[in-house]
Design a protein around this ligand. Structure first.
Ligand SMILES: NC(=O)c1ccc[n+]([C@@H]2O[C@H](COP(=O)([O-])OP(=O)(O)OC[C@H]3O[C@@H](n4cnc5c(N)ncnc54)[C@H](O)[C@@H]3O)[C@@H](O)[C@H]2O)c1
Length: 252
């Protein structure tokens, strides 16, 4: 007897990595508000479970730096929902170190989560999208992909995010003929817990940051989420792009 086929969902299905808090949570909320079935994943089960409960989504624990777990999660989503329409690669970590103090361990960890984690998720979820000839991937990049950040330095993060934007270009070209779009959204400095790791509690640094942003304020997570939803669901002719949402920082 053949295996029962999973039921196809009548709602679009989106997977968001690192969705327990910050920008990932805001993206999951904005997708849910558009009627999308959201699968929230995070390595932190506490925040992830709570977020999924609040948003009426499903939580699956996932550390994106574990390739076997990423592949298993992609299979699990398809087994449960029959499809995956949208993947948002949002999980990421920051660091703050002068380049001469960046150890091999720091470099490898940041690249493993921010760049390799993003590629592996594109590959494992993309496998299902390419097979079904439909899908939309949004990778969360950063203004750090385009500039050397200051006053805080984080070369491993900058390089990882440049790679995330390049992944969108390379995969977009390769998968366009398979009906799969791949883009990136690059936020400027956004008020979330990640900024605590690079000095949000330092008033002098906050003044420097805001001075670098023509709009004169940090960005809010739901402003980034609105751009992600546009690119993921509405930008049907957009692929290979990185959309900057930075309050004008790069334009000056
Ligand atoms: N906040 C900003 O100013 C800013 C600016 C540019 C880009 N970004 C990017 O936006 C994304 C979200 O950042 P945020 O500000 O919401 O950060 P955050 O620290 O508030 O949230 C990150 C989430 O990712 C999860 N996570 C971290 N490592 C993970 C892993 N290995 N596997 C699975 N989940 C993991 C965390 O548990 C957390 O829930 C990141 O990719 C970040 O680089 C943020």
């Amino acid at each position: 007897m053949s295996e029962p086929q999973p039921q196809r969902s009548d709602r679009r299905v989106a997977v968001v990595t690192g969705a327990g808090q910050g920008i990932g949570y805001a993206i999951a909320a904005a997708l849910a508000a558009r009627g999308v079935q959201v699968v929230l994943t995070d390595r932190n089960a506490g925040t992830g479970e709570a977020a999924a409960k609040e948003l009426g989504g499903v939580f699956l624990p996932l550390d994106v730096a574990d390739p076997a777990a990423v592949a298993a999660t992609a299979d699990e989503v398809v087994r449960r929902f029959g499809q995956v329409d949208v993947l948002v690669n949002n999980a990421g970590i920051a660091h703050e170190n002068d380049a001469l103090e960046v150890t091999d361990e720091i470099w490898n960890r940041v690249l493993a989560v921010d760049l390799t984690g993003t590629f592996v998720a594109c590959r494992e979820f993309g496998r299902h999208m390419v097979g079904r000839r439909s899908g939309s991937i949004v990778n969360i990049s950063s203004i750090a992909a385009f500039i050397g950040s200051n006053p805080e330095y984080h070369v491993a993060y900058d390089v990882a995010k440049a790679g995330v934007s390049q992944l969108a270009r390379s995969l977009a070209v390769e998968w366009a003929r398979h009906g799969v779009r791949v883009n990136a959204v690059a936020p400027g400095r956004t008020r979330t817990p990640i900024l605590d790791t690079v000095g949000m509690d330092d008033p002098e640094r906050m003044t420097q940051w805001i001075g670098q942003i023509p709009m004169g304020r940090l960005l809010e997570a739901d402003e980034i989420a609105a751009a992600v939803v546009f690119v993921a669901l509405d930008g049907s002719a957009m692929t290979g792009q990185t959309l900057l949402v930075d309050g004008g920082q790069i334009a000056q």
